[in-house]
Design a protein around this ligand. Structure first.
Ligand SMILES: Cc1cc2nc3c(=O)[nH]c(=O)nc-3n(C[C@H](O)[C@H](O)[C@H](O)COP(=O)(O)OP(=O)(O)OC[C@H]3O[C@@H](n4cnc5c(N)ncnc54)[C@H](O)[C@@H]3O)c2cc1C
Length: 420
């Protein structure tokens, strides 16, 4: 296809949640909007969120307390959140016939439990504003004239010009969804400072075979400690998911960046307490009772009365125990104490974090001091907007990432629409 020039009020690069929100909002205010997406479909990462249920925000309505989850970036976020807060997110979706429900740890989901319904709200919003959407269209570069961006060159050598350009191309986590870092390259080409990306909210890996063998098992309400040089460095309580490469689940992915830091200074062991509410002497008494009840049974048929069968079998086979085939009545006091101690201190070495392919969020992105958070513009190019995961902002899981998309997208869209 030959070179063409098409002029819009704004070009949004990237059809993820932040780009769709921005496009819809600018169009609602009357802007002529073009959205360019390199994938065949919009919102590929959005469709993975919350395991298909979409943890849309976090129901902490006190903005100051909500922003405590964003670390050093908090000071930048007061301004955009004063324009579009968690409460505004509730209003936005609920007024568009998407009732929301709040679950444990303030996590908010659509009542339907379907991310498709969130996607439908955003695409309807854009349709109502007549946003032009071109999929299968990858932006290759952004053109500039002095302190203004002027056009984008996309695949097929197509050129599109606009008064405003929005980079909403995402971070580097889960690259199979389209977030391959093009936006970071554009920013560097434009002279912006980009911090390097690493997986941040990400599962942890181990070589311990028994952990891999438990793949698929979820254990709620347990304690995990991360230990270095016999000293507990991190302590967490919650749910853990065993996988074929290590451990995952909210508890783990929210610990990953701290564990990654620890690994830089030496080996790290994870120590799981399967009975956090029971101390060792009390657990020992329970085990004595259990053994007395099943004197003639093998341990592999006894321990599953207390814990998941698969977990029990893996524990009994650990090199320091090897008790599966032993009859309960032959368990020595020392073996029993050893078992009790292991149940309270199930230990395996952490070898690292998974890569970008398994990450929820990567850190890195544009240096925040180069962004004007009043309207989400670049401080170098006043008509260039920066949204969502492209910003170098760390946050935990729990709906904080998508809220950042709704807020930054809405604030930028409003600014663009008002400049029409
Ligand atoms: C498995 C998983 C589960 C998650 N669950 C949750 C959750 O429940 N709650 C939550 O708050 N957060 C969750 N997140 C994080 C959340 O999905 C992201 O923070 C969010 O999608 C970021 O939105 P974005 O608009 O910045 O970028 P993205 O969603 O990454 O969208 C960027 C878009 O830009 C397109 N693009 C990139 N380069 C170009 C180019 N050159 N030209 C054209 N288009 C381009 C991409 O194809 C992509 O569609 C999850 C993430 C993952 C991976």
């Amino acid at each position: 296809m030959g070179k063409r020039n098409e002029k819009y009020d704004v070009i949004v690069i990237g059809g993820g949640p932040s780009g769709m929100m921005c496009a819809g909002r600018a169009a609602e205010l009357g802007a002529n909007v073009l959205l360019l997406e390199k994938n065949q479909t919009l919102g590929n990462k959005l469709m993975l969120t919350g395991g298909g249920r979409c943890n849309i925000t976090n129901a902490d309505f006190d903005t100051n307390s909500f922003l405590n989850n964003f670390g050093d970036a908090k000071k930048y976020l007061h301004s955009p959140f004063s324009q579009f807060s968690v409460e505004d997110t509730f209003d936005f979706f609920q007024n568009r016939n998407l009732p929301l429900v709040t679950e444990a740890r303030n996590r908010v989901f659509p009542k339907s439990q379907k991310v498709q319904d969130v996607f439908d709200v955003l695409t309807t919003y854009m349709k109502e504003g007549n946003v032009t959407i071109l999929t299968n269209t990858r932006v290759r570069s952004i053109e500039r004239e002095e302190q203004h961006v002027t056009a984008v060159i996309a695949s097929g050598r197509r050129e599109f010009t606009a008064d405003h350009i929005v980079i909403a191309t995402g971070g580097l986590a889960a690259p199979e969804t389209g977030a391959t870092g093009d936006g970071m390259t554009f920013l560097e080409d434009l002279g912006h400072t980009v911090e390097a990306s690493n997986p941040n909210l990400v599962p942890l890996t181990t070589d311990a075979q028994w952990v891999h063998n438990l793949s698929g098992i979820t254990w709620s309400f347990m304690k995990i400690r991360f230990v270095q040089n016999d000293k507990t460095q991190i302590r967490k309580t919650g749910k853990i998911l065993f996988t074929h490469f290590g451990v995952s689940g909210p508890l783990i992915i929210n610990s990953a960046s701290e564990v990654k830091e620890l690994l830089k200074t030496g080996p790290v062991e994870a120590v799981i307490d399967l009975f956090p509410d029971t101390d060792e002497p009390t657990l020992d008494k329970k085990i004595v009772k259990l053994l007395d009840k099943h004197l003639d049974k093998k341990m592999k048929n006894v321990l599953p009365e207390m814990i998941f069968k698969n977990v029990a079998l893996e524990i009994l086979e650990l090199p320091n125990l090897q008790l599966s085939e032993q009859n309960a009545k032959f368990i020595t006091r020392e073996e029993r104490k050893n078992l009790v101690h292991t149940l309270k201190n199930l230990t395996f070495e952490i070898t690292g974090t998974c890569g970008m392919d398994k990450a929820i969020v990567a850190d890195g992105g544009i240096d925040l001091s180069e962004v004007d958070f009043k309207n989400m513009t670049s401080r170098k190019y006043s008509n260039l907007y920066l949204l969502g995961d492209i910003l170098n902002i760390n946050r935990p899981s729990g709906g904080f990432s998508l809220q950042l998309c709704w807020t930054t997208g809405f604030v930028a869209g409003t600014d663009i629409g008002n400049k029409k």
